[in-house]
Ligand binder design. Structure first.
Ligand code: FAD
Ligand code: NAI
Length: 485
């Protein structure tokens, strides 16, 4: 009895303690303190974008050093690794969004957030022209703002290679609205197939889903679609479920070229068991309203009927990036994106830093790289603020001794080059299985299966930016287990 009483008390204290801590953190997140106003004596730092790079910079930035302005057409950060889960309804969209103001409200000095798209960067006059292109606009919807420092983190857009019909008929998987559009179209295909009197041939067409691109995005999305089919649609549409087909099309000889050979083989085996067809060495040549034209390894083109095409064929630069690079032709000639130096400064400029998917570097265009670059820049800006202050003091030095001393201090402020530390690659492949390539003690460790899936979930849960996101995502996973999608 004594043991049970003690256990009961310990449990009670733990539960009360955990609830109080949870409430305290949530309360602090919701009610930050007052912020310092803009200071005309400080330099203006303009950040373009609210994605992985920009948000990670904002998180680490000491805003008391600058007047900071964030410009992005989206007033939120999107946790892209979990976007395919939104496309099939495993997660709610709001669970993986973090409003940018939620983050900036916690900064020491206020940050101006402008929901607008940057249209032009003028590196000579140091200005950015922006415009509010949203559906609802006020009397003023376009303006030009000056900057002292610019962080360019606008990401990339989906590559279509100019293939006919992609923009008109396919769904992408890059932005939140892409996932929502895909979810709507997928369910529409199923409902249209369920329409009374539909021929078998038409049912088969409507229920054939084609995913283009065997990179991590295409693989994760195919896995999620398969889960939706197995765990929900089979019981909701028993007469149609057996007709639903998923085909993954990849131009290269294998899927997931960036993962190790064992994991590629494991993924292909898992897809085979899940009845997901993988067509490698096959190029999509055209997307029609009701079909795709494929060119197989034999070089023959054939038209395959389908209800939905999801296009996940990689990245390309945005127009604004190409325009900015065209202004610096001598230093910016890489077609893949912006060239930066070791400190992530855009080559050919003094005050523009570029990070993430908009740059061309030896690193893969991943969230991991963009977020490490963002936190690196937050440290760079701390040093730059220190250096700027010392230089200002130097210009007002009254004696030559004082000037000499300050000059020495300025010289001591040295920026270390950016160093990327790869934490490994993870991908969800459906059927409660994930794959992982992890560098452990200098060696590559590969793993795939259900345990890796648990690791995948816990890794992403801990990477989410706020307690709010973590609670919402964990709640969604529980909801799906209990009541389905
Ligand atoms: P983004 O995060 O794309 O942010 C760009 C920002 O710029 C956005 O806020 C955008 O609204 C804004 N913007 C666009 N145009 C303008 C403009 N003209 N003016 C101002 N702002 C503008 N990587 C991983 O490491 N692990 C993963 O598991 C993973 N999963 C992924 C899953 C999916 C479905 C996708 C699509 C990508 C995934 N990635 C993953 C890749 C990762 O999302 C990108 O590498 C990362 O988002 C790059 O960060 P970024 O800051 O450069 O760009
Ligand atoms: P990707 O560039 O990795 O893959 C696109 C694939 O599409 C390529 O393999 C290409 O050969 C294929 N392709 C292109 N055109 C084609 C055509 N016409 N027909 C058939 N196949 C065609 O793009 P993805 O998957 O969008 O990833 C982009 C970046 O984001 C990558 O760096 C990736 O590592 C990262 N990412 C990482 C994830 C993870 O770590 N779990 C998840 C999603 C993305």
């Amino acid at each position: 009895r004594y043991f049970l009483q003690t256990l009961g008390r310990v449990t009670l204290v733990t539960v009360v303690g955990a609830s109080a801590t949870f409430y305290y953190i949530a309360h602090k997140e919701k009610n930050p303190g007052l912020q310092l106003p803009f200071d005309p004596s400080k330099k203006t730092l303009v950040i373009l974008g609210s994605g992985w790079g920009a948000t990670s910079l904002l998180k680490g930035l000491d805003t008391s050093d600058y007047n900071t302005i964030v410009v992005s057409p989206k007033n939120f950060f999107l946790f892209t690794p979990l976007l395919p889960s939104v496309a099939v309804g495993t997660l709610n969209a709001r669970s993986i969004l973090q409003p940018t103001r939620y983050l900036t409200r916690h900064k020491q000095r206020q940050v101006l957030v402008i929901e607008a798209e940057a249209k032009e960067v003028d590196p000579v006059n140091k200005t950015v022209t922006l415009s509010d292109d949203s559906e609802i606009r006020g009397q003023i919807s376009s303006t030009t703002i000056p900057y002292d420092y610019l962080v360019y983190a606008v990401g990339a857009e989906t590559q279509t290679f100019g293939i006919p019909g992609v923009k008109e008929h396919a769904c992408f998987m890059k932005e939140l609205h892409d996932a929502e559009k895909m979810q709507g179209r997928f369910l529409d295909c199923v409902e249209s197939a369920a329409f009374p009197g539909q021929s078998d041939e038409e049912k088969d067409r409507l229920l054939h889903m084609v995913v283009v691109g065997g990179g991590p995005t295409g693989i994760e999305l195919s896995g999620e679609l398969r889960d939706f089919l197995e765990e929900d649609l089979k019981s909701w549409y028993p007469e149609l479920a057996s007709r639903i087909r998923i085909t993954l099309v990849e131009a290269l000889p294998s899927v997931l070229p960036s993962f190790s050979k064992e994991l590629i083989a494991y993924t292909e085996r898992t897809f085979k068991e899940s009845d997901i067809d993988i067509l490698t060495k096959t190029m999509v040549r055209k997307v029609n309203e009701k079909s795709v034209v494929l060119k197989g390894p034999d070089g023959v083109e054939r038209e395959v009927p389908c209800g939905m095409v999801v296009w996940a064929a990689g990245n390309t630069s945005r127009q604004i990036t190409r325009d900015l690079m065209a202004k610096l032709p001598e230093d910016q000639a890489n077609k893949r994106g912006i060239t930066v130096d070791d400190h992530l400064r855009m080559k050919g400029t003094r005050d523009i830093f570029a990070i993430g998917d908009c740059t061309a570097s030896s690193y893969a265009p991943t969230a991991q790289v963009a977020s490490q670059q963002g936190s690196y820049l937050s440290r760079v800006f701390k040093l730059l603020a220190k250096k700027d202050k010392l230089e200002a003091d130097l210009s007002h030095a009254e004696t030559s001794e004082e000037a000499e001393k300050l000059k020495k201090q300025v010289d001591k402020v040295k920026l270390k080059p950016f160093h990327y530390s790869h934490q490994g690659s993870l991908a969800y492949i459906g059927s409660d299985k994930a794959i992982a390539d992890l560098p452990i003690f200098g060696r590559e460790w590969t793993s795939g299966g259900v345990a890796t899936f648990m690791f995948w979930r816990s890794a992403y849960l801990s990477t989410l930016f706020s307690l709010r996101n973590r609670s919402l995502v964990a709640g969604d996973w529980m909801r799906v287990k209990l009541w389905g999608r």
